[in-house]
Design a protein around this ligand. Structure first.
Ligand code: GLA
Length: 727
């Protein structure tokens, strides 16, 4: 719901549980008034008291020493005209001045959801969204900024984006283009963010804000393993079920900056923007630049916030056939065969997998021209005839004859120097003239800012999908960008290349997913190096990490699940000992962890005992029973009320509260240890539930208040699943 009150000049946005308000002042500055728990539409501007602050200057025409851009809560901040906090907009004008002052021009409220040119945005399949567009303009340069707000009432999500247009007659250069600015005037806040490294992505880190700027982000040309474009600001006292929590998720897959500033008077400003310090964008008169969209949400407690993001990402970010559908159980050849994907290795794996109930075979790296090691072949997307003498088509046919669907690994944004593509088009790689480029896994990055490179990828990958019955594509991206220089742009536009490459990726993904709507795309970047809402618009699942160790995966998946639903996280049962950690875990535990994701297997089935194979057959049977619950159930992190820090517990409750699945994994067993005691959440307190594994019947209220005590769990990494069904 969006409402404009012409008397107070307030614009109020409402969702089921939250209100968001801004106000236009007499001079045209757009104040941010409120965001938080729903409080109705009355004018809340009384909350802000402004008075003459020392060393906080005042706009010339206001003649009001209380009004300072330096202390004002604003909807979109700029620099150079008296706001010394983190800016949302950085602009270098034609005369060399670096300033921009934004004043209200107009606003529009309309039904439906805005979109942005060249960028993915949340979509609105149910026609529930409303849009507010507020246009601000610099009175001197006529640079205009249109702030977009998409209100998803039922889902408690407000999307934001900004479009910047050069309405003047001289070129200007953007140095920063924030997606949004969020000023929180009062409170004491913790920042919860998700950092990591290759093989340990999205580890939650929560710390109190201290005065100054916390700056997180990526300069790697991808959203990165190191920092995820998702942040939470929460009240110091906030826990799973209490406290103000604000989520901010940038729908963007390239370098980004997330800045959170605790300023002199205790207010907090958060800004997220595409690109890093090297970002520059030349705007000729009449041209526009769209800053990517962000998804904001307020929730009471971290659990509520997570549930809001899960639902929204699943229903309004993901799209295509598989958005809300069951995904096939797959087997991936990588950890089973690595690059040795000869038919004599691959076919027995497919046959065994089909026998056990697997539904899709994924031929990973190693199948294409020149690829026997990771130093050749990228770019040449046709089969390696030494590996596959009868051709890819014949292998696909034989795999499909086992009853499995067929999926293929590709890494189309990259090129090996040892490839036909590179020999034909060395200028298609990102390199700086006169310098040797940085190599990553021996490979170079294609210059996706160039339309002909995008078209080449659309053509070759599209050709594969046309020629062969391929049901699934694993779209990998195995190095960071560097040497950001494109031969097709002049010197003054080189600062645009990183963002243009991201736009290029989006154009390619848009073309392929539109042309092949039935194909399931899984994103990947050395595991989860590009796990973001931008990619999720095209790939409804993303390989969560190259670390397949079940125990390590517990924290990776837990961290990822703060913002992203389980169905987006590719997760496989792999071999024991695990190839990354050398750890041996029970196959049951591996399956419990992998099922809380886009489920599959990635190991040499030929090396398993008969009992283990039987167990896999049983796991898949069980998975089918629980699949809908795992995919669309409400997800709760448990464990606040247990004395055991070495156990991980999470719960899924079906949308109608009729079923629940509790998952517990013990990370270290101890003699004479306290028992694991958990309180359920999200059940119907008045209902009675039968527990399959306990043969007991419990009331929802009892399970949520008195809780449930697990029996002693001994051994190496035991796991338990408990199923509840309403009776
Ligand atoms: C990346 C992926 C792996 C695998 C290899 C193949 O590292 O994350 O899953 O596909 O590439 O080279």
């Amino acid at each position: 719901m969006i409402n404009y009150d012409s008397k107070s000049r307030t614009l109020t946005l409402e969702t089921v549980h939250s209100s968001y308000q801004m106000q236009i002042d007499p001079w045209g500055y757009l104040h941010h008034v409120y965001y938080g728990k729903r409080v109705g539409q009355e004018d809340l501007s009384y909350v802000h008291r402004y008075y003459d602050r020392g060393f906080s200057g005042n706009p010339y025409d206001c003649d009001n020493r209380a009004l300072s851009l330096d202390t004002l809560c604003q909807e979109y901040s700029s620099w150079g005209v008296g706001d010394y906090r983190v800016p949302s907009l950085g602009v270098r004008n034609a005369d060399g001045s670096r300033c921009g002052e934004l004043r209200y021009v107009s606003h529009e409220i309309r039904g439906g959801k805005y979109s942005l040119p060249g960028l993915p945005t949340a979509w609105d399949p149910e026609g529930e969204a409303e849009t507010l567009a507020v246009t601000l303009s610099d009175p001197v340069t006529s640079l205009t900024v249109t702030l977009y707000y998409g209100v998803f009432y039922e889902k408690d999500i407000i999307t934001r984006a900004a479009e910047i247009r050069n309405g003047g007659s001289a070129p200007v250069e953007l140095e920063k283009a924030g997606s949004f600015c969020l000023d929180l005037p009062f409170g004491s806040w913790d920042l919860l963010h998700f950092h990591g490294r290759h093989c340990m992505e999205r580890a939650p880190e929560r710390r109190p804000l201290i005065h100054g700027i916390e700056s997180l982000g990526s300069r790697r040309g991808m959203s990165s393993h190191q920092h995820n474009p998702f942040l939470i600001l929460c009240d110091r006292q906030a826990a799973e079920d209490r406290g103000d929590c604000y989520g901010m998720m940038l729908l963007y897959s390239g370098s980004f900056r997330a800045e959170v500033e605790l300023e002199q008077f205790g207010s907090v400003r958060a800004v997220m923007s595409p690109g890093d310090e090297s970002f520059r964008w030349l705007l000729e008169p009449g041209e526009s630049f769209a800053a990517p969209e962000s998804l904001l949400s307020w929730g009471e407690g971290l659990s509520a916030l997570t549930l809001q993001y899960h639902r929204f990402v699943r229903e309004n970010v993901c799209r295509g056939e598989y958005r809300l559908a069951r995904r096939p159980v797959l087997i991936n050849s990588w950890e089973a065969c690595y690059m040795d994907v000869r038919p004599e290795r691959v076919l027995p794996l497919a046959r065994e997998a089909a026998e056990l109930g697997v539904e899709l075979f994924v031929l990973d790296d190693g199948w294409f021209h020149g690829r026997t090691e990771d130093n050749a072949g990228l770019g040449d997307w046709f089969e390696n005839t030494q590996r596959l003498p009868q051709g890819l088509g014949s292998l696909i046919e034989q795999i499909r004859a086992t009853g499995l669907q067929f999926g293929l690994w590709v890494e189309p944004e990259m090129v090996s120097e040892n490839s036909d593509l590179y020999r034909a088009h060395p200028d298609w790689a990102l390199t700086v003239p006169g310098r040797k480029p940085m190599l990553g896994r021996h490979q170079l990055v294609l210059d996706l800012s160039r339309t002909e490179v995008q078209d080449y990828i659309i053509g070759t990958i599209g050709g594969l999908l046309e020629r062969y019955p391929i049901s699934y594509i694993k779209w990998d991206m195995n190095r960071c960008l560097s040497d950001l220089y494109s031969r097709s742009f002049p010197a003054e536009r080189q600062g645009e290349v990183a963002h243009r490459c991201v736009l290029g990726v989006y154009r390619v993904m848009e073309a392929l997913t539109t042309r092949f709507p039935k194909v399931l795309f899984e994103g990947c970047s050395g595991g989860g190096g590009r796990f973001d809402a931008g990619m999720l618009c095209y790939t409804p699942q993303i390989w969560c990490s190259d670390d397949t160790d079940a125990i390590e995966r517990l924290s990776i998946q837990r961290g990822t699940a703060y913002g992203y639903p389980l169905c987006t996280m590719g997760s496989h049962v792999s071999a024991a000992p695990n190839h990354q950690t050398g750890r041996t875990t029970p196959i049951h535990t591996r399956a419990v962890v992998a099922m809380s994701g886009a489920f599959g297997y990635e190991l040499d089935l030929g090396k398993l005992s008969r009992e283990e194979k039987e167990e896999i057959r049983e796991q898949i049977r069980r998975f089918h029973q629980d699949e809908a619950l795992l995919r669309e159930g409400s997800y709760y992190r448990l464990g606040e009320y247990t004395a055991r820090q070495d156990a991980e517990a999470w719960l899924l409750v079906s949308p109608d509260q009729s079923r629940a699945l509790l998952n517990v994994v013990v990370k270290a067993s101890h003699a004479n240890a306290p028992l694991i005691h958990l309180r359920f959440k999200g059940l119907d307190p008045d209902a009675r539930y039968a527990m399959e594994e306990d043969e007991g019947v419990f009331s929802g209220a009892a399970l949520m208040r008195a809780g449930y005590t697990l029996p002693q769990l001994l051994g190496d990494y035991p796991a338990v699943q408990l199923h509840l069904r309403r009776i």
